[in-house]
Design a protein around this ligand. Structure first.
Ligand code: TMP
Ligand code: ASP
Length: 238
């Protein structure tokens, strides 16, 4: 399958049309951004690492019955995916308070939450991705039916259950993550976008070392080494 026209360029990926109107090609870029692209950088090989990591995690989730847009991985940095209408909601799932949750609510960084928290943020860079509730989602027509929001929450929790256990077996604490969903031509809700150290927080269970994009956000160095370590743990046989 060949890349045709560039359909969309995001901060970490490019999306191309193909000869099949229902299929697109995603290209993972080496670019890194944070704080709504106020901070920019690049790490050679990061795109390939995220492509591989996301491929492995989507395959794991598919094997557990969660439908995703991934059709197949074409090479180091390209995936063939189903074309979907992206639901403009960033679904954030949190097990431990850190990042914007700690900042917004004053919960001490590293506090284990009493239950898994699922939040919705509006996917809109101009507005800085504000947090939104069910009513905001309906007012903004982000979904046509409030039941779809329950499905997104349920899928977020299911992804968390699977990934948290998978990473715990590899001595990584899945602190939080962001996922996006889209609707395919049959009206089915599919996990889309990516799951990678760009969109998750992983803390080493033994050393508490951060192994994700916070290394870039907080200038901790060794960004690529952290992503490589996450991939290495994913590929460990258990
Ligand atoms: P936050 O604490 O900054 O709200 O981030 C929560 C999680 O969502 C964290 O794992 C990083 C991820 N995330 C993204 O993938 N994209 C974003 O634009 C933001 C703000 C967070
Ligand atoms: N994804 C956002 C950006 O690229 C924010 C973040 O991940 O920190 O700016």
């Amino acid at each position: 399958m060949q890349k045709n026209e560039l359909l969309y360029e995001g901060k970490a990926k490019r999306l191309f049309t193909t000869d099949d109107p229902n299929l697109l090609i995603t290209e993972f870029k080496d670019d890194l951004t944070a704080f709504n692209a106020e901070k920019k950088g690049s790490e050679s090989g990061k795109g390939a690492l995220n492509c591989k990591i996301s491929t492995e995690l989507f395959a794991l989730l598919e094997a557990q019955g969660l439908k995703t847009h991934l059709v197949k991985t074409l090479d180091d940095t390209h995936q063939l995916v189903r074309k979907v209408d992206i639901i403009m909601i960033e679904v954030v799932v949190r097990n431990v308070a850190t990042g914007s949750l700690s900042k917004r609510l004053g919960i001490k960084d590293g506090t284990v939450l009493p239950f898994t928290l699922v939040e919705f943020y509006l996917k809109d860079d101009d507005l800085d991705d504000p947090i939104i509730n069910n009513e905001h989602c309906l007012i903004l027509n982000l979904v046509d039916d409030v039941k779809k929001l329950d499905i997104l929450r349920e899928k977020g929790r299911k992804i968390n259950d699977i990934l948290k256990a998978f990473f715990a077996a590899r001595r990584l604490n899945l602190v939080d993550f962001k996922v996006e969903f889209g609707i395919d031509e049959n009206g089915e809700i599919l996990l889309s976008d990516e799951i990678s150290p760009d969109s998750c927080r992983f803390w080493d269970m033994d050393t508490n070392e951060k192994l994700d994009k916070d290394r870039f956000r907080q200038d901790l160095g060794n960004v690529k080494m952290a992503y490589e370590e996450v991939l290495k743990r994913i590929l460990e046989e258990k």
